[in-house]
Design a protein around this ligand. Sequence first.
Ligand code: C2E
Ligand code: MG
Ligand code: MG
Ligand code: MG
Length: 278
Amino acid sequence: RAKDSGRGVYAFFKREMDESIRERRGLARELREAIATDELVLHYQPLARAEDGAVCGFEALVRWRHPVRGLLPPMEFIPIAEESGLILPLGEWVLRQACADAAAWDNPLRIAVNLSPVQLHQPDLPALVHSVLVETGLNPSRLELEITETALFKDFQRALGNLRRLKALGVRIAMDDFGTGFSSLSTLQSFPFDKIKIDKSFVENIHRHDRATAIVRAVLSLGRSLDIPVTAEGVETPEQLEFLRAEACAEVQGYAIGRPAPLAADEEEAPARLTSHR
Ligand code: C2E
Ligand code: MG
Ligand code: MG
Ligand code: MG
């Protein structure tokens, strides 16, 4: 009997798994279409100088306006895109769109774009970035590419070579989600990053756990020692903002400053005003 019920459980999980594989395949197929048909949209979240709140740039965050499922956050399709290889055309779309948008802004603010580890391992990434910069006319110094430390985990030398070539183009390289990977410090030792972004999991606990407070202070101090400006992400409360200011954090990003929102021209399609605190 125990065996029977075990088999039942197995069959149940097998069914669930088959279903989720089918669903992922279906989504991958739809995503291929979505990239070609303009269903992807970029939302922009402000990055502000901690000292006085002046906006110094925006981070592009991709969403999928799915015709049936509604507006999907990246968590629900980036992993699928990475598995299926679609992250390459998707990432290229994001880069081109973000650079074109930023090139049209009145102020020469910085534009931050997230790179997937898969993109970072493409030998032709520097050539792609170069041609997008030329095409859009964006000054390279305005482009900031965000990578996570896990991106450097696999085939470290190749990734490092790409980072060096990107930097030689004049673009800035930021380390995203700092502190959540396995090799944060050795990564910092291997490459001269232009920015460190403290992961929001530490920032959200600043006033909840002494250890989080200590870690945030330590990262800020590390940034000072290495002469790398630090950005805190996920800043939600005035208290967190005050703390970061007092600790001389360079830049802040989070709901306390502004939520990710579409550009004004896209506002009809997504009600930015409901979510924007700017
Ligand atoms: P990330 O690069 O660390 O981006 C920050 C995430 O934190 C965003 O989530 C943003 O909406 C969210 N966030 C910002 N402020 C706050 C806050 O005050 N509180 C909280 N709780 N969250 C805040 P989002 O847009 O869902 O993006 C999630 C992740 O998806 C990004 O994390 C990034 O790793 C990835 N992603 C987004 N766009 C792209 C893209 O174009 N390409 C690639 N490869 N990855 C992307
Ligand atoms: Mg990011
Ligand atoms: Mg981050
Ligand atoms: Mg993150």
